[in-house]
Write a protein that binds this ligand. Structure first.
Ligand code: ATP
Length: 341
């Protein structure tokens, strides 16, 4: 559905050239939710502008929905862009228009008759859960409701691709979740391909099937969300995963436990899928007679299943401790000895 082939984007500035995107290759399938994550300045916004044709790449090709967006212009680009919609961090609503009229706006531009417009607007209002608020103005809505209007407006002309530019960054955590659930619902119901950019791993975990991690204009890692969570390769990806697994906070706990129990091994266990539901710890204790102290634990849901991390101190006879680690490996629980006491 979307192909980026060896894309680079170089901006000219007073201080010389800025490479915003460098040699990026990505392939996004029809109907998937694909996340691009990176810190500020990584090149995410540039990527999204390349996808909707607002920017031309310095090198490479962008293909969206069968059209080579990177080389077309004028009417051809305008037509192609009707199938590529977008929602924004700050909603970009028309403040002097009601909810219904905001949603009707792209339909007016597309020349849809008044009767058909009213019918479609009603459908969209129902779809995003805004029934009863048709005649409200944006200033009378909460942030979450404003984003629902943004989503309805983006869906008005039946797009094939929805681009989300930090769409939940201005919302509180609960509202963020309700908007993410709406996006997931729309993706399932309409088979819409969704590409989102974000700096929050929570967003990726909650709704994405696959993720690309960007740093300094490059994609440093990409893959299925669950795999990336279980086995992050790049340092930046490890940092993003820590946002969700909370293992950063546990450093203090590890220091504490080392001070209190200066024996054994501190091990980080990472497990995915139904392994999170097995009584692995009790097996270690029963089968090997080792002591297990839980330092930190966390289980998160992704669209492909649960993902968990557990940091434990395993203490006992060296041979038994190693056998316990071996059992964990056999159980496809990933183990990383993060500290020897
Ligand atoms: N029009 C432009 N002219 C010059 N430099 C630009 C332009 N747009 C972006 N850049 C530069 O390209 C780099 C990538 O910017 P970009 O906005 O794509 O990153 P980002 O990951 O979206 O960051 P943020 O989340 O802060 O928007 C930055 O160094 C930025 O200053």
């Amino acid at each position: 559905m979307i192909e980026l082939k060896d894309i680079s984007k170089i901006y000219q500035s007073k201080n010389g050239e800025i490479t915003a995107v460098k040699n990026v290759n990505l392939s996004i399938n029809k109907g998937e939710i694909f996340g691009i994550i990176g810190y500020s300045g990584a090149g995410k916004s540039t990527m999204i502008r390349l996808l909707n044709g607002l920017e031309k790449p310095t090198n490479g090709t962008v293909i969206v929905n069968g059209k080579q967006i990177s080389s077309i212009s004028g009417n051809e680009l305008r037509n192609a862009r009707q199938k590529i919609s977008m929602i924004f961090q700050h909603f970009n609503l028309l403040w002097s228009r009601t909810v219904a009229d905001n949603i009707a706006f792209p339909l007016e531009i597309a020349g849809i008759t008044k009767n058909e417009r009213s019918k479609r607007v009603k459908e969209l209002i129902d779809l995003v859960g805004l029934s009863g608020r048709e005649n409200a103005y944006p200033s009378q809505l909460s942030g979450g409701q404003k984003q629902r209007v943004g989503i309805a407006r983006a869906l008005a002309n039946n797009p094939e691709v929805l681009l989300c530019d930090e769409a939940t960054s201005a919302l509180d955590p609960e509202t963020t979740d309700s908007i993410l659930e709406l996006l997931l619902d729309i993706n399932k119901r309409l088979g819409l391909t969704i590409v989102l950019i974000t700096h929050e791993m929570h967003v990726i975990r909650k709704i994405c099937n696959r993720v690309a991690v960007m740093e300094a204009g490059q994609v440093v890692e990409q893959g299925d969300v669950l795999q990336v969570f279980q086995n992050p390769q790049a340092d930046i990806t490890k940092n993003f995963v820590m946002q969700v697994s909370g293992t950063k906070e546990s450093k203090e706990s590890i220091e504490q436990i080392l001070a209190n129990y200066p024996t054994g091994k501190i091990v980080k266990l990472t497990f995915i899928g139904n392994k999170t539901e097995q009584p692995i710890i009790s097996r270690l204790i029963k089968d090997f007679g080792v002591e297990v102290n839980i330092v930190h634990g966390n289980i998160s849901q992704t669209t492909s299943g649960p993902y968990g991390t557990l940091i434990v101190q395993i203490d006992g006879d060296d041979v038994k401790v190693n056998q316990a680690l071996h059992l964990l490996d056999q159980q496809e629980v990933q183990t990383e000895v993060i500290d020897h006491a």
